[in-house]
Design a protein around this ligand. Structure first.
Ligand SMILES: [Zn+2]
Length: 250
C-alpha cells in the first residue's frame, strides 16, 4: 500500500511530463513533415516558374524550351497545307499587349512577341506623326482560336479549300508565332480585314514605311504560296529569330 502510494505520487508528476514530451515530439514530427512538404511544393513551383520564364533573347537557333508536346516539332517547317506553312504556337504569357480591338460589344486585347510589339509601337507612332492612324486588329492567335475561325469561314465559303484561301488551317497560321499582325485604318473601320483596306491612307503609308520597322506584307498579290491577297496582314522579320521562322516563305 505504501509502495503504491509512493508510485502514484511519483506518476502524478512524471506522467504529465512524459505525455507532454511525447506530444511535443509527435507535433514536432508533423510540423517538420509539413514544412518539408511545403518546401518541396515551393521548390517545384519555382522550377516550373523558371521554365516558363520568357525567352526574349532573339536566337537564330530553333527554341527547344517549349512544352513537351510541341518541342518535338521544329520551329520552322516547310510542311504546308493549302499554301500555308506549319507554325508552332508560341506562348502568349511571354508576349506584350499591343492594344485592344472592339467590334460591337466584343473587346479583346491583342498580343505580340515583345520585339515585334516594340517595333509596332514605333511604327504606329511614326504613322501618327504623318497624320495616319494605324490600329492593330489581330495579333497572336492560338491553334484553337484558328480552328473556330476556319469553321466559320468553311460555312461562309462552302469548302475547306475555298476557306483556306482566306483563313489558314489550324497550326498553319502566321498568327500562331506572335510575329504576325492584322492592321487597319482607324478612320475607316468598315474596311477592316477587307481588300478595301488597300485603298486607305494607312495601307499606302505601310507600303512605304513598314519595312523601316521590320514589317513586310505576308501575302502580296500573286504570292508564291498561292494565298489570296491580304493587304492587312503583316509579319515582323526585323530580328534574326523572327526572320528564321519565316525563312520558307521568303
Ligand atoms: Zn492575319
Amino acid at each position: 500500500m505504501k509502495f503504491l502510494n509512493r508510485l502514484w505520487s511519483w506518476l502524478r508528476f512524471v506522467l504529465p511530463v512524459i505525455l507532454i514530451t511525447f506530444g511535443i515530439i509527435l507535433n514536432g514530427h508533423t510540423i517538420v513533415k509539413f514544412i518539408k512538404q511545403k518546401s518541396s511544393i515551393i521548390h517545384n513551383s519555382s522550377i516550373s516558374t523558371i521554365s516558363q520564364q520568357p525567352n526574349n533573347v532573339p536566337s537564330p537557333i530553333p527554341s527547344t524550351t517549349n512544352s513537351l508536346s510541341i518541342s518535338t516539332l521544329p520551329e520552322t517547317s516547310n510542311e504546308s497545307k493549302f499554301g500555308h506553312f506549319r507554325y508552332i504556337e508560341s506562348r502568349p504569357e511571354q508576349m506584350m499587349i499591343i492594344g485592344s480591338y472592339a467590334k460591337g460589344e466584343n473587346q479583346r486585347f491583342e498580343k505580340l512577341e515583345s520585339e515585334a510589339a516594340l517595333a509596332l509601337m514605333k511604327l504606329i507612332n511614326a504613322a501618327r506623326d504623318d497624320g495616319v492612324w494605324i490600329i492593330p486588329v489581330s495579333g497572336f492567335r492560338s491553334v484553337t482560336a484558328q480552328e473556330e475561325l476556319l469553321q466559320k469561314q468553311i460555312q461562309k465559303q462552302g469548302s475547306p479549300e475555298a476557306a483556306a484561301k482566306i483563313s489558314a488551317p489550324p497550326g498553319y497560321s502566321e498568327h500562331h508565332t506572335g510575329y504576325a499582325i492584322d492592321l487597319a485604318d482607324g478612320n475607316l473601320p468598315t474596311q477592316d480585314l477587307t481588300n478595301k483596306f488597300a485603298e486607305t491612307r494607312a495601307f499606302s503609308w505601310l507600303n512605304l514605311h513598314a519595312k523601316e520597322f521590320g514589317f513586310e506584307l505576308s501575302f502580296p498579290k500573286n504570292n508564291s504560296q498561292g494565298v489570296s491577297y491580304e493587304p492587312w496582314h503583316w509579319r515582323f522579320i526585323g530580328s534574326s529569330h523572327s526572320a528564321a521562322i519565316f525563312v520558307h516563305n521568303r
